[in-house]
Write a protein that binds this ligand. Structure first.
Ligand SMILES: CC(C)(COP(=O)(O)OP(=O)(O)OC[C@H]1O[C@@H](n2cnc3c(N)ncnc32)[C@H](O)[C@@H]1OP(=O)(O)O)[C@@H](O)C(=O)NCCC(=O)NCCS
Length: 185
């Protein structure tokens, strides 16, 4: 387990799959995710099997929030989404991160910011990475704000890098270098 102040990250279990199917088929949740078509229980089960074959640093984490004591005490932990490192390049020590919170009642409560801070800590302090980046649709204002709060800086723009709702949108590239990282954030 990787503990933050209000969230913790754990490995995914097969029993998480129905929640992922529910969330990732919700138009509001997948709006800015590069998913395309609806997903099925069977395709998510296939995803799970493939995921187990990934290097351990690239296996995703389930995100849980405590519904018990504010300090995370003995309360019940509830799954709200998933996050991961992707395509870690061990020569340049660079990796992409991604995250989604499927439980919409948990949006805009600071969890996205805290999860990104946890991933930065894991990436810099445990994986010894030098650069952590992400891509986000320019219209995903909540996501952009959360990543800025976590310390990501704007780096570039993939012009017309996404296509949704019948039109192109730009994808923003944001990153944090180890030298810029503020572990206290
Ligand atoms: C994007 C996502 C990860 C953000 O997580 P979150 O927990 O909602 O983010 P936070 O609460 O930490 O921060 C959101 C910030 O954006 C602000 N915000 C939300 N909607 C906004 C909008 N339309 N315009 C401007 N700011 C907005 C919030 O007020 C908050 O800022 P504040 O704390 O200064 O008030 C989450 O909403 C999510 O998973 N969405 C669905 C999937 C997705 O888009 N994933 C990301 C793909 S890159």
């Amino acid at each position: 387990m990787i503990y933050g102040e209000r969230v913790r990250l754990r490995r995914n279990e097969r029993s998480d799959i129905p929640k992922f199917v529910e969330w990732l088929n919700d138009p509001e949740v997948h709006r800015y995710l590069l998913l395309g078509l609806p997903i099925s229980q069977a395709s998510e089960e296939q995803w799970f099997e493939n995921m187990l074959k990934l290097p351990s640093n690239e296996q995703p984490f389930g995100i849980e929030v405590s519904e018990g004591e504010p300090d995370g005490g003995d309360g019940h932990w509830r799954l709200i989404g998933n996050c991961s490192f992707m395509a870690i390049n061990w020569t340049t020590r660079s990796a992409e991160v991604g995250l989604f919170i499927g439980e919409k009642s948990c949006w805009n409560k600071g969890y996205g910011t805290e999860i990104m801070q946890l991933l930065l800590r894991l990436g810099f302090d445990n994986f010894n990475l030098n650069r952590i980046f992400l891509r986000v649709d320019e219209a995903n204002k909540g996501g952009i704000r959360a990543y800025e709060k976590a310390g990501f800086v704007h780096e570039g723009r993939f012009r017309q890098g996404n296509f949704r709702d019948g039109k192109y949108s730009d994808m923003l590239l944001m990153s944090v270098l180890r030298t810029e990282w503020n572990p206290k954030k």
